[in-house]
Ligand binder design. Structure first.
Ligand code: NAD
Length: 284
């Protein structure tokens, strides 16, 4: 039976440390990090995510505010909101909640974002920094995956890692981070053939696809470390991309869904905001 990579435990540890660090900083200098979230439209899931991010910020002492724009907002409207947050000295991190309505050009919006405040790590600058292995603000979910592995002291160097998914938000940066930690990385995606065979070779398997239980448990190599990033509605339940029931009988370590990577993503957003604050205020 697998051991659990517990996002609740690790996320709470990250938050507790941040809460203390931010409180200590405030008592000395009287300043706190600020996060602006730009929410366009009325997507129900996005509204829930944003509310939970606001709550998490409050809990650790980050000042957050949400800029709400209507579903009909144009690209220029969203770019104007980004520019305003770029100029605001109380804002150190900016997050544009995705997805944007179809009439809004995501590329133009991200191009407007000051890379120093790019706490989601989605600008071309941030992605370039990551590709070059330089320090910077990296996307939150991939960072959260690494933090989970590190917390449980699971080795990465020299391991065969298979990352399923190649999005700019998760799969692509995650593979690069694992490469930076000396894993032997393979990416799988929608055109990949022989998925069961590839999965059976992976010592570290990360699934970031968005298809409920696409990865069957008996494909998994015995003793593999399995990280399931997928969040899929399945009837009334939320499930991952991996068939957890069978996978947990083979893997050495596995993330539950929910209770795994999702909690780490929010924790890493808070940490990135603190990091951006430190960079902008010259703290080291
Ligand atoms: P996306 O739709 O942008 O990318 C999905 C990727 O899956 C693509 O790169 C595609 O090539 C790949 N893919 C599709 N079919 C495949 C197949 N048969 N085999 C292998 N790869 C295949 O999605 P995303 O934004 O990267 O998110 C992926 C999943 O992770 C979703 O379920 C999303 O909800 C979840 N997610 C979770 C968190 C979290 O905090 N836990 C954060 C972001 C995304």
């Amino acid at each position: 039976m697998s051991q659990i990579l517990d996002g609740k435990v690790v996320g709470a540890a990250v938050r507790a440390e941040l809460t203390e660090t931010i409180a200590t900083h405030y008592s000395r200098w009287g300043t706190v990090p600020g996060l602006a979230v730009i929410l366009v439209g009325e997507d129900a899931a996005s509204a829930i995510y944003v509310a939970s991010k606001e709550k998490s910020c409050r809990e650790v002492g980050i000042r957050s505010h949400t800029v709400r724009l209507p579903q009909t907002a144009s690209t220029a409207d969203v770019v104007a909101a980004v520019n305003q947050a770029n100029q605001d000295p109380r804002v150190h991190g900016i997050l544009v909640q995705m997805p944007l309505p179809p009439q809004v050009n995501e590329t133009q919006v991200l191009a407007a974002l000051d890379p120093e405040k790019d706490v989601d790590g989605l600008t071309t600058y941030s992605q370039g920094i990551l590709a070059q292995g330089m320090p910077g603000l990296y996307p939150c979910t991939p960072q959260g995956v690494l933090r989970l592995l590190d917390y449980y002291a699971l080795p990465i160097r020299g391991r065969r890692a298979l990352v399923l998914g190649r999005s700019a938000l998760v799969g692509r940066p995650l593979g690069l981070l694992l490469l930076g930690r000396d894993a032997t990385v393979t990416w799988g995606h929608s055109h990949t053939k022989n998925l069961p065979e590839l999965v059976s070779e992976a010592e570290i398997l990360v699934a970031a696809i968005g298809r409920p239980h696409l990865i069957q448990g008996d494909w998994i190599r015995p003793d593999a470390v399995v990280v399931d990033v997928g969040i899929n509605r399945h009837g009334k339940k939320v499930v991952g991309d991996v068939d957890f029931q069978v996978a947990q009988t083979r893997a050495s370590w596995i993330t539950p869904v929910p209770g795994g990577v999702g909690l780490m993503t929010v924790a890493m957003l808070l940490e990135n905001t603190w990091q951006a604050f430190r960079n902008q205020t010259g703290l080291r």
